[in-house]
Ligand binder design. Structure first.
Ligand code: VTB
Ligand code: MG
Ligand code: MG
Length: 331
């Protein structure tokens, strides 16, 4: 019943699933060593360095189009940085070596090492600004919710499509003062609001397994890089998502324009955020509802990774045990 959206792409065919997994595994282990130390920057830097090293041994001609950190001066894998050994397939890369730096620093659930790889041109070159997002899981009629509808309209439409009362809907929203009106509007419908402190890539993915997570819809404003990464994930799993960049200053509009964004208030559909054949991988750093975190055990380091591909909709959960702990040491 699930339709394959596009014939298998010859371009990405040669990128082995396991190679993508290695990249997020390395970043996750590096960050996990600094879990719970209260030092977000150090954990982020460790993840960035590990991811860069691992990306650079992949047989790809890669360009980073979504990095992260501009906004909070976090260490970056720079937008425009070329990665890989070169000469291989031409791909665009979106990454967040440590998504949820604060979660990692506090050793709280759902920090992830995240990577998406697409055919050249397949990922929106978004600046590191905020993005307004809406996402739901698979199985709903197209357009049942919309970024331009009110929260009440969206909750009611979703409840109707699900065949339940608005009271039976749960919306996941980041706990921020900027969401006060949104939270109030959702609660006014009778729906439940689940607040998260950080981590909206995981947040969006939560909508795809409502039976497991209890989450039906993701709403609110988070990072634009995380929006593109979340869209890449949903392309692989199914579901619906829209996003709109928040370009609320002249400086941001100019920056977006330089990155090729002509229409400042455009509402992006999921397929415009991430198109063509896309790989998505996430390894758990801290324990979470999607993935277990890294374990430093007596017999080695254990990791858990979800890796998926949009062309085939294959999802793989790769649990790995790495007895050779030395390989994770930074050179
Ligand atoms: C957002 C969100 C991320 O950080 O970027 C958030 O997309 C930062 O938001 O998932 P604030 O500026 O309001 O703190 C995360 O939650 C974690 O990187
Ligand atoms: Mg980051
Ligand atoms: Mg992030």
């Amino acid at each position: 019943m699930s339709t394959i959206e596009k014939p298998r792409s010859a371009v990405l065919e040669r990128i082995l699933t396991l190679e993508v997994v290695r990249v997020t595994e390395r970043a996750a282990v590096a960050a996990a060593r600094l879990r719970g130390r209260g030092d977000e920057k150090a954990a982020d830097q460790a993840a960035v360095d590990a991811m860069r090293r691992e990306l650079n041994v992949l047989p790809i001609d890669g360009v980073v189009v979504i990095g992260e950190g501009e906004r909070d001066e976090a260490p970056m894998l720079y937008i425009g940085e070329t990665v890989g050994t070169g000469g291989g397939v031409k791909v665009d890369i979106a990454l967040d070596p440590l998504e949820g730096t604060t979660l990692c620093a506090k050793n709280q659930p759902n920090s992830l090492a995240v990577l998406a790889i697409a055919e050249r041109g397949g990922l929106l070159n978004a600046p590191d600004v905020y993005m307004d997002k809406i996402a739901i899981g698979p199985g709903y009629p197209k357009g049942v919710v919309d970024l331009d509808a009110t929260p009440a309209e969206n909750i009611k439409a979703l409840a109707k499509a699900k065949g339940v009362a608005p009271e039976d809907i749960t919306a996941l929203i980041m706990d921020r003062p900027r969401h006060a009106a949104l939270i109030e509007a959702v609660r006014a419908t009778g729906a439940a609001v689940q607040l998260i402190s950080d981590g909206d890539v995981a947040g969006v993915i939560h909508t795809t397994e409502p039976e497991e997570t209890g989450v039906d819809i993701y709403l609110g404003i988070g990072g634009a890089p995380e929006g593109v990464l979340a869209a890449a994930a949903l392309r692989c799993i199914g579901g619906q998502m829209q996003g709109r960049l928040i370009l609320d200053t002249e400086e941001k509009r100019a920056r977006a324009k330089r990155m090729g964004i002509a229409e400042a208030d455009k509402k992006y559909e999921m397929h415009e955020l991430a198109s063509g054949d896309v790989y998505f991988a996430a390894t758990g750093v801290t324990d979470g509802s999607l993935l277990s975190g890294v374990r430093f055990g007596r017999h080695g380091v254990s990791t858990e990774t979800l890796v998926m591909r949009s062309a085939t909709r294959t999802k793989r959960w790769i649990k790995a045990v790495h007895p050779l702990v030395e390989k994770f040491r930074t050179e």
